[in-house]
Design a protein around this ligand. Structure first.
Ligand code: ADP
Ligand code: MG
Length: 508
């Protein structure tokens, strides 16, 4: 059918109210003719794929006379390809990370008939029969087999499987070049396909590792792009003059040195540190107990996603530092909390951080002095701040201007925390061991220190740790029962001045 035929049939004036135009040469027919021709040509190139739909489902041959239908088919094909690409990007984006971001909302085809979108992509292909993939080898029909009697072909057929495997190569990551074999009648044996698949996965993992290394190559890169943006925003807002460099990269945090700028109502110290709590969550898993059982955060903990839990750590450090400041314990002063970044004053001078107690070169007089300071600070922390450091050691105490400064209090808990006294016992052991090793003869034993800090009077028998610990655990239990009986109201979250835990013989 040619175009001139169409014009010949149209009325003289296109605006006339004329009789209805003859439908004989609708666009649908033009389209269907072209399509038929095209299909013929394709069939000639790939005889094995000759009209699979007609062969397998003779009664359900696709109707190509409807423009709408064709348009919808094309759109659907486009959408599916878009979604495939999206899925690949999602996978690449998330890599091996335990926390993943879903691109679900950007998908074209909604809703997915398969709710398990996180499943193995190769398997995904199995369960989804896509009737619109005319250019891919069509395999088993819905009924699971083709042919009749002796000539039945199931999905386990070698040729069928081979074609299916070829089609599955489409699911490999975008950077894997699978060639243009998809258009041919290529058959891959299961063995070949599986080893290709393995190779692809290991390549993906390798490139993810390389990428990660590159990301962490400089100090500033030690944080993710989101965090970097937050840091730049602080500089833009004038809170910081400059971010200078990284002081420490720990498992749970990265600490940067920065020059303070100005913040409304509050002068920012000349030198500050930014403690960035790491948003890679794996490291925090075993720290859950510090916060999960802390009644101050308990209600919120269960409702939050992992990223928000990281913010709780920063928030917790801020609150704890606030309490310490009130009790005038030497510690950094909080300047600002922004999501998981805590800005606080710098302990040190001229960009040189104060040494940790472990690294400080102290003479015996200074050591003895430091010991009594630590003892005093521990008592203040327990009795005035109602806190147990829970990670106290020579690593988290700095020596600056002849004083011991306490840092790193994000995990600190109240003594009534279900494990609070055990944490305190561990702190006491660290402190006693350190000073005893450094030859401070005045340093008390762990047990005496524990009693001196708490004001409790747990009998110290034959220095039997098991017995002492049993007593501590019993106390914790008693505290917990007491809290449960009296309810949380006894220890208001907003108040910073809850009292120390019960005496062993308290009347409850
Ligand atoms: P982490 O939980 O990673 O141990 P810390 O709070 O202990 O985090 O900080 C890590 C290191 O950063 C410390 O050992 C100390 O050397 C340095 N640091 C942290 N806060 C300060 C500060 N306010 N001033 C100077 N140095 C600091
Ligand atoms: Mg530390």
């Amino acid at each position: 059918m040619d175009q001139s035929g169409v014009t010949a049939q149209t009325p003289k004036s296109p605006w006339g109210s004329a009789a209805p135009a003859a439908p004989a040469c609708s666009l649908a027919e033009v389209m269907s003719e072209q399509l038929a021709k095209q299909l013929d040509e394709e069939n000639a190139v790939v005889p094995a794929l000759s009209d699979p739909a007609a062969e397998l489902l003779p009664d359900e041959a696709p109707d190509t006379t409807s423009d709408l239908m064709l348009a919808q088919m094309l759109q659907m094909q486009f959408d599916r390809e878009f979604d495939d690409q999206l899925r690949r990007e999602e996978k690449k984006f998330n890599g091996d990370s335990k926390v993943s971001i879903s691109f679900e909302n950007y998908r074209m085809v909604h809703p997915y008939d398969d709710s398990d979108s996180s499943g193995d992509e190769v398997d995904w292909q199995d369960t989804r029969h896509d009737p619109y993939r005319a250019d891919k080898p069509q395999t088993t029909p819905r009924k699971g087999f083709t042919g009749k009697g002796k000539n039945i072909t199931t999905k386990h057929d070698e040729v069928t499987c081979g074609r299916k495997n070829t089609a599955r190569m489409d699911n490999f990551a975008p950077e894997v070049h699978v060639g243009d074999g998809l258009g041919m009648d290529l058959k891959l044996s299961n063995q070949v396909f599986n080893s290709l698949k393995r190779h692809c996965y290991s390549e993906q993992r390798r490139s993810a590792r390389l990428h990660e290394k590159k990301e962490h190559s400089t100090a500033e890169q030690a944080v993710d792009p989101r965090t970097r943006l937050l840091m730049y925003k602080m500089v833009n807002a004038g809170v910081l003059e400059n971010i200078n460099g990284c002081i420490s990269t720990g498992k749970e945090s990265v600490v940067f040195h920065a020059d303070g700028g100005s913040l409304e109502e509050q002068p920012v110290p000349d030198e500050v540190v930014l403690k960035v709590f790491k948003t890679t969550l794996n490291e925090f898993k075993n720290r859950d107990r510090y916060i999960k059982d802390d009644y101050r955060f308990k209600d919120r903990f269960s409702k939050l996603n992992p990223r928000k839990i990281i913010r709780l750590w920063a928030e917790k450090e801020m609150h704890n530092l606030g309490r310490m400041k009130k009790a005038e314990i030497p510690c950094p002063e909080v300047v600002l909390l922004k999501k998981h970044i805590l800005v606080m004053s710098f302990i040190g001078k001229d960009h040189v951080p104060a040494p940790k107690l472990k690294d400080a070169m102290l003479n015996s007089e200074d050591l003895k002095n430091a010991y009594y300071q630590v003892l005093h600070v521990m008592q203040q922390l327990y009795q005035e701040c109602n806190l147990v450091h829970a990670d106290l050691s020579e690593y988290n105490m700095l020596w600056h201007e002849g004083k011991v400064w306490l840092i790193d209090v994000s995990q600190s808990v109240e003594p009534t925390h279900p494990h609070g006294l055990e944490f305190l016992f561990r702190d006491c052991r660290n402190v006693s061991t350190f000073f005893q090793k450094r030859g401070v003869s005045e340093a008390m034993s762990t047990y005496d220190l524990f009693n001196a800090v708490t004001g409790l009077n747990i009998p110290v028998g034959a220095e039997d740790e098991a017995e002492f610990m049993a007593e501590i655990v019993a106390l914790e239990k008693r505290n917990e029962d007491h809290i449960q009986k009296r309810g949380k109201k006894t220890f208001p979250v907003t108040s910073e001045d809850g009292g120390p835990p019960l005496e062993p013989d308290a009347d409850d």
